[in-house]
Design a protein around this ligand. Structure first.
Ligand code: SAH
Ligand code: SF4
Ligand code: F3S
Length: 488
C-alpha cells in the first residue's frame, strides 16, 4: 500500500522497476527530489491545482492526480494561479471542449506572470487527434499532455516533463491494464467514488465515450471490496460505485460476477452506511438487481436510469437497445417493487432525424415515469461517432423549442415528486456548511434530495434524522430531530 511506503528510501539511482505500481512509486520519489529543490530555491513548496471537467469518473481520476501530487510534495490549492495546473478534460459535448479552450487563455496569462508555472492537460478530450493538433499549433505554452489510458503513469510523465523543454505529449490508443494502489486524495472525508469498471462497450451512436475511454474493463471484486474497507476504516460512510454501465459489471472477468452479487458483498462491509451507484443502462438492469436493492438496508433509494429518448424509432437509431415500452415497463416495475425510490434520468433533444412527434413520445415518458430529476441535453455532434455522419440534423430553432418544452415538464414532475415527502422524517448525510447561509448545513437524503437545516460544521459526515418541513421546489428546509443520545 502506498501509504506504508517511505518514498525517501526508494533508491532513485537504480533503474526504474518494470512492474506497476512500483515503477510509479519510483518516479514519485524522483519527483520529490525535484520538488524539494524547488522548495529550497523559492523558500516555499510549490502549489498545485487540479481542475475537473465532466463526470464523476473524471472527478475520481482528479482525486488520484491530486493524491500523486501530494505524495510528490505539492501543496493543493483551488486557485489556478499555482505552480502546477492540470485540467482533467471532458469531451462528451462540444461546450465542454469550448470551456477548456476559453480558460487556457487565462492560464497562459498566469504563466507569463509566473514563468516557473507548469500546465498540463489530460482526460477524454486529449484522446481526440484533432484536439492535439489544435493544441500543438496554438497552445504551445502547455508543458504536458496525456490521455485517459496512461493516467496511471502520471508520476512518470510528470518527471519526464520536468526533464523536457517544451510540450511533452503521450497519448495511447488503448489499454487493458488496471493499476491498483496508487495514491488518492479525497475531496470529502466522509464519502467517496470508487471505480468498479472503466471504459464502455455500448457504442450509443451519439456518444464519444467508448472512443475516448476504450473498451469495458471490470476491476476484480476483491480489489473493490478491499478499497472500500480501507475507505471505511478512514471515515467514509457513503460510497458511489462508478461505471459507464454498472449493470454490465463483471461480465468479462475470468470468473464472472454480476453487479448485484458485488452489491451484496459491499453491503456486508461493516461501518459502511450508504451505497450509491452510477450509471445504470436500462438494457442490462436485472431482476436480481431490483431484488438486491429492495432488500438492502444500505443501497440508497435512488436510481439514475438514462432514457435519452422516448421514441422507439430514435432509440433504435441511438443504438440504445430498448424500446419505449420496455423502458416504461422497467420503470413501473422498479416503482412498484421499491415505492420510495427516486428515479432520475438523462435526455437528449435534437438527435438527427428527431421530429416533433418523437419529442411527444419523450414527453409522454416523462409524464408517466414522473422523474424525480432529469438532466436534459441538446444533442452535440461528436466527430467520429455514427450519428455525426447522419444527414438529417435537426434545425436549431426546432431543438430549442423542444428543449424548452421538455425542461418545463421535467421541472414540473420533479417538483411534484420532491414535494411528496413534506412533513416526514428522513435520514440525511450532512455534507457541508451551507454556502450562502453559515447558520445552515446541507445534507442529502437517501433519495438524493437536498435538505438545508440549522446546524454547524460538527455535523458534517454524520447521518441524522431530519424533519422535512418546507419544500422549496427541488430542496427542503428542515430541522434535525435529536434522540436521547444526541445526533445519530
Ligand atoms: N454511460 C452513461 C452516460 C455517460 S454520458 C449512460 O449510458 O447513461 C452522460 C450523458 O451525456 C448521457 O446520458 C447523454 O444523455 C449525454 N450525452 C452523451 N453524448 C451526448 C451528445 N453527443 N450530445 C448530447 N448529450 C450527450
Ligand atoms: Fe455513452 Fe452509451 Fe456508453 Fe453511456 S452507455 S457512455 S451513453 S456509449
Ligand atoms: Fe466527459 Fe469523459 Fe466523463 S467525455 S462525461 S469526462 S467519461
Amino acid at each position: 500500500m502506498y501509504n506504508e511506503i517511505d518514498f525517501d528510501k526508494i533508491d532513485i539511482a537504480l533503474c526504474p522497476p518494470i512492474e506497476e505500481p512500483a515503477r510509479q512509486y519510483y518516479f514519485m520519489a524522483k519527483c520529490r527530489k525535484w520538488v524539494s529543490a524547488f522548495t529550497q530555491k523559492n523558500g516555499r513548496p510549490p502549489k498545485a491545482c487540479v481542475t475537473t471537467f465532466g463526470c464523476q469518473m473524471n472527478a475520481r481520476d482528479s482525486e488520484k492526480l491530486m493524491g500523486i501530487l501530494e505524495v510528490i510534495g505539492y501543496v493543493p490549492t483551488d486557485s489556478e494561479q499555482a505552480d502546477f495546473v492540470i485540467y482533467n478534460t471532458c469531451t462528451v459535448r462540444d461546450n465542454a471542449n469550448q470551456r477548456v479552450y476559453g480558460r487556457l487563455g487565462e492560464l497562459n496569462r498566469y504563466k507569463k506572470q509566473n514563468p516557473q508555472m507548469r500546465i498540463a492537460l489530460c482526460g477524454c478530450m486529449m484522446q481526440e487527434p484533432t484536439v492535439i493538433e489544435k493544441l500543438k499549433k496554438s497552445y504551445s505554452f502547455i508543458d504536458l499532455i496525456f490521455g485517459t489510458h496512461n493516467i496511471y503513469k502520471f508520476a512518470e510523465l510528470l518527471w519526464a516533463s520536468f526533464e523536457t523543454e517544451g510540450m511533452l505529449i503521450d497519448i495511447w490508443g488503448e489499454t487493458d491494464k488496471i493499476v491498483e494502489d496508487l495514491p488518492v486524495e479525497r475531496k470529502y472525508p466522509f464519502k467517496s467514488g470508487i471505480n468498479i469498471m472503466f471504459g464502455c462497450n455500448n457504442f450509443c451512436s451519439y456518444c464519444i465515450v467508448p472512443y475516448v475511454r476504450g473498451r469495458e474493463r471490470s476491476r476484480q471484486p476483491r480489489e473493490i471490496l478491499r478499497e472500500i474497507e480501507r475507505l471505511v476504516a478512514d471515515g467514509v460512510v457513503e460510497v458511489m460505485l462508478l461505471g459507464q454501465n454498472v449493470n454490465s459489471y463483471g461480465k468479462n472477468l475470468k470468473e464472472p460476477v454480476t453487479f448485484a452479487q458485488l452489491l451484496r458483498e459491499v453491503e456486508k462491509i461493516e461501518g459502511l452506511r450508504r451505497i450509491r451507484f452510477m450509471t445504470s443502462h436500462p438494457k442490462d438492469l436485472s431482476e436480481e438487481l431490483i431484488e438486491v436493492m429492495k432488500q438492502s438496508k444500505k443501497i440508497c433509494r435512488h436510481l439514475h436510469l438514462p432514457l435519452q429518448s422516448g421514441s422507439t424509432r430514435i432509440l433504435q437509431q441511438m443504438n440504445r437497445r430498448y424500446t419505449k415500452e420496455q423502458y416504461l415497463e422497467l420503470a413501473e416495475r422498479i416503482r412498484r417493487e421499491i415505492p420510495d425510490i427516486a428515479i432520475t434520468t438523462d435526455i437528449i433533444v435534437g438527435f438527427p432525424g428527431e421530429t416533433p412527434e418523437d419529442l411527444e413520445e419523450t414527453l409522454d415518458v416523462v409524464r408517466r415515469v414522473k422523474y424525480d430529476n432529469a438532466f436534459t441535453f441538446i444533442y452535440s455532434k461528436r466527430t467520429g461517432t455514427p450519428a455525426a455522419a447522419m444527414e438529417n440534423q435537426v434545425p436549431p430553432e426546432q431543438v430549442k423549442e423542444g428543449f424548452d418544452r421538455l425542461l418545463k415538464l421535467v421541472q414540473e414532475t420533479a417538483r411534484e415528486q420532491v414535494a411528496k415527502y413534506q412533513g416526514q422524517v428522513m435520514e440525511a448525510l450532512i455534507e457541508e456548511v451551507n454556502e450562502s447561509d453559515a447558520s445552515l448545513v446541507t445534507g442529502r437524503l437517501s433519495n438524493n434530495t437536498i435538505v438545508h437545516l440549522p446546524g454547524d460544521a460538527s455535523l458534517i459526515g454524520k447521518i441524522v434524522p431530519v424533519s422535512l418541513d418546507e419544500c422549496h421546489g427541488f430542496y427542503y428546509i428542515g430541522h434535525c430531530i435529536l434522540d436521547e443520545t444526541g445526533a445519530e
